[in-house]
Structure formats: structure tokens, C-alpha cells
Design a protein around this ligand. Structure first.
Ligand code: NCD
Length: 313
């Protein structure tokens, strides 16, 4: 099992084989996580530091559990109360932590590119837990594992990614991953929430949800990222729900066995109907959360193996 990367900064640098390697290893952790004794001590003795400069519930909890189940010493930095607030730069904070010899650094930051920059300054493995509108690689990997388990394959599927595409690192990482695995991707959303020039990426773009959902295997909904909007991107939430919110009626246009996904947190009644989100016959949203822990365990194990194989200083 080879995985020749020092960091996990995005899906972009990964080959299809790298992706399969992570997902296959993650499968073993799905099984482990379903047992009452959940420990596999492959990270025993290693230190994992989680630095979240943006609020997060599931991603941070997921990385923390993943590290603990693999036996690492896990520390969550309270970034809201950190020296960054006193004017310290991101790089100074990183260098300070680096001097404490962490092995794995998990970073979420509101600016695209900030995690890559930090990775150049430290001598441990860095995992990107979401940087601005850029990438969120472990989310795309957990989505891929969820799709592969539900559909039995991860290629030649019709996949619709719907909603606020332009502000979404989840959409971006998924687009890259699902493209590498040779799926047909449709992006559905209002033109105001569609990045310009996106058509060149070999995707089909729709602004009519009913048209775009025809015969898809997977419907991936996105949260309206209000915190990244500084103007009137949508007329009103009510109007948005009417045109782009996923409900049973719109879902009926997709394949009868199409699955519904959402990375969370959800705005119920804005981008998705609450009852549909909870319908375990269609929605795999809870599976996504479960796969998240397993995928993060796999990614951290693969990076830690590489650390062990090379001199650090
Ligand atoms: C996503 C994120 O933070 O980019 N959430 C997550 O990681 N579960 C999507 C979002 O915030 O809408």
C-alpha cells in the first residue's frame, strides 16, 4: 500500500490510486468503529494538534475521535482564545507549535491557501480540514466512501452537486475527486452562485433544478454559505427553497434509487426539506458522518507511516 505524500492539503495532488488506497484502508476502520472496542494503536506515541480557526462541530470532533481511536495524543487548540487574537501571525503560531514536535497538524482556516503556506513552515504532516473556498479533502474522501458503499462503485455515476457552488470548498474538492474517478458531474444552482468559467471543467451546468436532476444517481446538496456572502446572491430564502431546495417532488426526477447527501450543517427548509434529510431510505447524511471518522483514521495512518520512514530534521 503506497501513498507518497507528506501532507494531505487537497484532492488535486492525489492520483486515482491514492484515492482508492485511502478508501480501502478506511473500510477496515468502518468495521473497527462499529465494534465496542475501537482501538488500533497505529498512532501510539504520536502527537496530533487540531487548529481550527473557523467554527466546526463535526469535522473537529471527527478528527479528534479518529486520532484518539488510533492512540495518538490529541490536543485541540482553542483558536478563538489564542495568541492570534493578540496579533500573532499564523506562521508564528505554527512555528511555536512546531517547536513542540507535533507529528500531525490538522488545520482549518478561513483563507484559501493558508493551510498550504503553513505546511511549508513545519516539519510534521499537515491535514487540511478546510481552507476558505479552496479545498476540504477529507470531506470529498468521506463523500466518495459513502457513494462507493451505497452504489457499489465510484465511477460512471451521474452526480449532481447543487446550490452554493461558488463559495464551497466541499463542491471544489468533490468536483476534482469525482472527475478523477470518471463520473459525469452536473452543477445545479443559480447563476449568481456558480463560479464563472466553470463550464470549462468538463461539467454540465444547470440553473433549473428540475432539469438538472433528471436521472442522476447521487444528489449532493450544499449549505448556503451565508458567512461567505457579502451581498444579494439570492432573492430570499423562501424563493431559493422554492427553486433550489431539495424536496420529495424534485427528488422524484432523479433515479428511483438516487441517494441524497449533505456535508452538514444543514439549513432545513432552505436548501433541503427536513423530512427528506431524515428519510433513511434516501438520505445518507448520517452515513457521511460515520465515514468521516474512518476516512480521517486512514488518512492519518498513511501520513504517519511516511513520517516514520523519513528523517524529520
Ligand atoms: C463544510 C465546510 O465546513 O466546508 N462542513 C463540514 O465540513 N462538515 C460545509 C459547510 O460548512 O457548509
Amino acid at each position: 500500500m503506497s501513498f507518497a505524500h507528506r501532507h494531505l492539503l487537497g484532492i488535486e495532488p492525489l492520483s486515482p490510486q491514492d484515492i482508492v488506497t485511502i478508501l480501502d484502508l478506511a473500510e477496515t476502520y468502518v468495521d473497527l468503529n462499529r465494534q465496542s472496542a475501537k482501538h488500533a494503536d497505529v498512532l501510539a506515541g504520536l502527537t496530533q494538534i487540531n487548529m481550527f480557526f473557523e467554527n466546526s462541530t463535526r469535522t473537529q470532533a471527527s478528527f479528534e475521535l479518529a486520532g484518539k481511536r488510533l492512540g495518538a495524543d490529541v490536543m485541540n487548540m482553542a483558536m478563538q482564545a489564542s495568541s492570534i487574537k493578540k496579533g500573532e501571525t499564523l506562521i508564528d503560531t505554527a512555528m511555536t507549535l512546531n517547536a513542540m514536535h507535533p507529528d500531525l497538524l490538522v488545520v482549518r482556516h478561513p483563507h484559501s491557501g493558508a493551510v498550504d503556506l503553513l505546511a511549508q513552515k513545519v516539519n510534521c504532516a499537515v491535514l487540511n480540514a478546510g481552507d476558505g473556498k479552496h479545498e476540504h479533502p477529507t470531506q470529498a474522501l468521506l463523500d466518495a466512501l459513502t457513494i462507493r458503499r451505497a452504489k457499489g462503485r465510484l465511477h460512471r455515476l451521474n452526480i449532481a452537486i447543487c446550490g452554493d457552488i461558488s463559495h464551497s470548498r466541499v463542491a471544489r474538492s468533490n468536483l476534482i475527486l469525482l472527475g478523477k474517478m470518471e463520473n459525469r458531474i452536473r452543477l445545479i444552482g443559480p447563476p449568481t452562485l456558480m463560479p464563472s468559467g466553470i463550464g470549462e471543467f468538463g461539467v454540465e451546468v444547470y440553473d433549473d433544478m428540475r432539469e438538472g436532476l433528471q436521472d442522476v444517481d447521487v444528489v449532493m446538496m450544499l449549505r448556503l454559505q451565508k458567512e461567505r456572502m457579502d451581498g444579494g446572491f439570492i432573492p430570499s430564502e423562501r424563493e431559493y427553497y422554492h427553486r433550489y431546495g431539495l424536496d420529495a417532488e424534485k427528488l422524484a426526477l432523479a433515479k428511483p434509487d438516487a441517494i441524497v447527501m449533505h456535508p452538514g450543517p444543514m439549513n432545513r427548509g432552505v436548501e433541503i426539506d427536513g423530512t427528506l434529510a431524515d428519510d433513511i431510505n434516501r438520505s445518507v447524511i448520517q452515513d457521511q458522518v460515520e465515514m468521516g471518522v474512518a476516512v480521517r483514521m486512514a488518512a492519518m495512518e498513511l501520513l504517519a507511516r511516511n513520517l516514520a520512514a523519513e528523517p524529520r530534521e
